[in-house]
Structure formats: C-alpha cells, structure tokens
Ligand binder design. Structure first.
Ligand code: KIV
Ligand code: ZN
Length: 515
C-alpha cells in the first residue's frame, strides 16, 4: 500500500480564489487546523507577492513545526531568495519553484524561447537547492506543453536537484486518461524521475480536478496538491476532502493511504468557510450541508434498517455533526462546554465565556439551538483573532418608509461609547452611514453578501463583506439572528482589521528604524 503525500495549498492557491484573502492571524489559525488534520505539506504562501504574504509564511513557520512548510517562487533569483528567507526558520522547509513551459505562456506571457526557459529552470532549481534540501519544481501549464519539451524540462529539473516534480494542470484542461498517460510517459522518458516524488496539481475548470488527480496516482504519482473545500483560482483546485475520502472509501481498489485524520475534515472545512465567507454549496461532497441528508422516504426507510443501504461513509468519519436539537435557553455553561467537546472543540475558559454570552443572546431569539448555530457562535464570537478595538454597544433601526434611519452606539478602545444617527435607502445603508459618523476613515464597500448560516425560519444570518479602507481591502464578517445587526458587526470587524493592520505596520516601521 503506497502512502500518498497530501500537499495542501489552501493558503496559497486557495487564497488566490476571488474574495478569499486572509489575514496573517486567520492563516495561522487555518495552518494549525491543517496540522491537526495531518497534512504532510502546507504551502503557506508566495512570499515575493507582498509583505503580508511573507509575514504570513514566517508566522506559520514559527508556530507550526510538524509538516513541511513550502513557499512558492517563480524561477527568478529575487523570488527564490525571498521564499528561502520566509522558510529559513522552518523545521522542514521547502521551496516550490515554478516556470511556465507551454508555448502559449512562453510566447505571450514570458516572451522567451525554449532555450531560455530551460536555462531559467536549471538556475531556479539550483539556487533553491543552495538554500534548502527540499525543492519542488513545477512546469506551469504542463498539460498544454508539448510532451517532448516537457520531458526535457523535467529532466533538467531533476538533474539540477529537484526532489519533487509537480505536473500542474494549470487551466483544468486535461482528462483523466490523458493525464494518466502523461505521467506514465514522464516516468518512461525522464531518467532518475523515479528517485523524486512525482506530484499532481489539478484545477477544476471542467469539474475533473479530483478525477484527474486520482488517475495520476494510478500512474505512479505519490503527492497530490489540493485545497480545503476545493477553493482556488477560477473554478478552484482539487478538493482535499474528496481525494482523501475517495482513497479511504475505495482503498480496496486504489491500495493507497494518506495520514489524514478524517474526523478533522469537517472542522477544517467549517473553519475555512467562516474565515473566507465562502461556503461550499449544499450538495458539495463530504462537507456540504446536504452531504449526509436523506430526503426520500424510501431512503429514510432503508437508512433506519441499515445505514449502509444509502451511505458509503458516515458523517462521524469526517467529523460532521448530524443536525440535532441540542441546547436551549435554560442550558448552562457546563452543558455548552460539553456539547462543544462532543463536537470536537475543547474551549479555553475565556473562549467559553465569550461563547456562553453569545449563546444566551441567540437563545433569547431562538427556541432551540442546533449544532450548526454553535459552530457559528464559535467561529464568529468565541475564537476572535482580531482585537476588538471598535465595539458595537447598541443598535436601533427604523425601516419600512421611504428612508430607513439608524442610531448606533460604538465604543473605541477604552473610551466611552459614542452615539450617531443617520438615514439611508435601507436599514443596512443607514447603519453604515451612522458608523461612518464615528470614525476617521473612509470606507468603501466592494462586495457584500448575506447567507443563512443555519437552517430554518429563525436561521442565523451571516454577513461577509469586503471593505476598502486606507487603500487596502479588508474582509469583515458578522453573524446574528438579525441581519442588520450582523451587517453592523461585519462592518466593525473590517474596521478592526484595518486598525490592526495599521498597528502592525507601525510596529514594523518602528523595528526597521531601530535596525
Ligand atoms: O496551477 C498552477 O500551475 C500553479 C503552480 C504555481 C503550481 O498553481
Ligand atoms: Zn494552481
């Protein structure tokens, strides 16, 4: 049975998903969950892309010590050096160096010929090897590269010292049979390839990313690059949970295994969607809300007799809670702590305090609290990683007429709450204008979304927004049984992130002026 290396690129390729930008604190929280999940490699970022990316990788490297931490670099000395510096302190550092190899990319993007491409591949891999022992090379757009030239490039990368060779289907173009035979050809034609780990990296433009990845494993690939919930550029990347569970459920056929702790999959999915505000569609395999729901009477009848009539795996295997009525208004702190424990979360005392406070507020609005409500409370309120400098103290809205009006009381730091009122062409616009009266910054909303985070009439509404503040875009998230309240909280969350970013930048400048 061959072990398949799981290379998670949620923090790098996943973050390239529109709207999935994460702060360093959020990246770290996710990296800690990826570590618990048991992924072998975390691609933590693309350090040359921005100072935030560089800091994100450096922070993860310090805190997450078990998995290999990879940093991406183009085959360019500056990129490679920046990636090397970002992973310098890692327990297991890797540089992942890439260069496009298809004619269309060489001609129109890089404006270089094949000769120069080969030279840059060799230089990029050699420079990376001078910094770390573990070097991965990717010929970008490999599946649209002429096969003979791809073999030449891969041969050059192997000879230059790459220890992993990744074959990306960058634009999600290939089909399972074609991809499998490409990997077989490479094994046949490239001398010494069998001494490296061959990796696959598939995008989902044709909905084939998982199928293509599994086909490549049949040809001898031993590393799969994937993301939680399949997020990533355009249609996304191969979904980690689908690959892992396909290998687990069909181990009779594939004879492969991973070191993934499958009961942590749902938690990782939930955490990512709460951080990014991008929720998997309800029918998403493994982690969607309906992945284990049985609607048809005939199915329910079969399930009651034997779950395996209609289930090839149980929700427990992936750590998904069955929707159960659990707690109510009269449940105490102890009951709450226990239920979180059953759901797999050990809360610290201060986290429990915050969760309980929010729980009592929600319980005042809802008759019964579902597990899904508890997860929203946890991710939105109990596990805060942005200091709450601005706080919403009170909110009052009036709507239904031509204009809506809002009155807000907001505190800042240790100061007393201040109050402002405004009108708008809807209650949310009025609330945002009222908050604007109390702050110095100009805020422009670039994107705004309200989703029902839990089922039922009394669902918790979750607001995700992107706000442009001081020349940068920040995500803001808020949740409440009242969507106007959720919107106000999301707005304030974005303000707090902007303030945190400004404070961090100030601290960096201060540090630099002393060095
Ligand atoms: O899709 C792609 O080609 C990539 C590479 C950088 C590996 O993400
Ligand atoms: Zn990619």
């Amino acid at each position: 049975m061959a072990k398949i290396t799981i290379f998670d690129t949620t923090l790098r390729d996943g973050e390239q998903s529109p709207g999935a930008t994460m702060s360093t604190a959020e990246k770290l929280r996710l990296a800690i969950q990826l570590d618990k999940l048991g992924v072998d490699v975390i691609e933590a970022g693309f350090p040359v892309a921005s100072d935030d990316d560089f800091e994100g990788v450096r922070t993860i490297v310090k805190e997450v010590r078990r998995p290999v931490i990879a940093a991406l670099a183009r085959a360019h000395p500056l990129d490679v050096d920046r990636a090397g510096a970002a992973v310098e302190a890692a327990a297991n550092p890797r540089i992942h160096v890439f260069l496009a190899t298809s004619d269309i990319h060489l001609k129109h993007k890089l404006e270089i010929g094949r000769e120069e491409c080969l030279e840059r591949v060799i230089a990029g891999v050699e420079r990376s090897r001078s910094l770390v022992d573990d070097v991965e090379f990717s010929p970008e757009d490999a599946t649209r590269t002429e096969v003979a030239f791809l073999c030449e490039v891969v041969q050059a990368a192997v000879e230059a010292g790459a220890t992993t060779i990744n074959i990306p289907d960058t634009v999600g173009y290939t089909l399972p049979s074609e991809y499998r035979s490409l990997i077989e050809t490479l094994f046949r034609e490239v001398k010494g390839l069998e001494k490296t780990v061959v990796s696959v990296h598939c995008h989902d433009d044709l909905g084939l990313a998982v199928a293509n990845s599994l086909a490549a494993l049949e040809a001898g690939a031993r590393q799969v690059e994937c993301t939680i919930n399949g997020i990533g550029e355009r249609a996304g990347n191969a979904s980690l949970e689908e690959i892992v569970m396909a290998l687990w459920v069909r181990k009779d056929l594939t004879e492969h295994h991973t070191d993934i702790e499958t009961t942590e999959l749902y938690k990782a999915s939930q955490l990512l969607s709460h951080i990014t505000g991008i929720h998997p569609q309800p029918n998403k395999a493994i982690v969607g809300r309906n992945a284990f729901a049985h609607e048809a009477g005939i199915h329910q009848h079969g399930m009651l007799k034997d779950r395996m009539t209609y289930e090839i795996m149980t929700p427990e295997m992936v750590g998904a809670p069955g929707t159960r009525l659990v707690l109510g208004k009269h449940s105490g702190r102890h009951g709450l702590r226990n239920r979180y424990k059953e759901l797999g979360y050990e809360l610290e005392d201060d986290q429990l305090d915050r969760a309980y406070k929010l729980f009592t507020l929600v319980a005042d609005q809802k008759k019964s609290i579902l597990d899904e409500d508890l997860l929203v409370i946890l991710h939105h309120g109990a596990m805060v990683d942005t200091p709450e400098s601005f706080r919403l103290v009170e909110l009052d809205v009036n709507c239904g007429g031509k204009w809506s009006t809002a009155r807000v009381r907001v505190s800042h730091g240790d100061g007393p709450p201040r109050e402002a009122s405004a009108k708008g062409d809807g209650p949310i616009a009025a609330v945002f204008s009222a908050i604007d009266e109390l702050i110095d910054a100009t805020v422009k909303i670039e994107d705004f979304e309200i989703v029902a985070a839990t089922p039922g009439r009394d669902a918790i509404g979750e607001v995700n927004l992107h706000a442009r503040i001081g020349g940068r875009t920040f995500t803001g998230r808020g949740a409440s049984t009242d969507v106007v309240d959720a919107a106000a909280r999301a707005y304030i969350n974005a303000l707090n992130k902007a303030e945190q970013a400004e404070a961090l930048q100030g601290a960096e400048l201060e540090k630099e002026s002393h060095t």
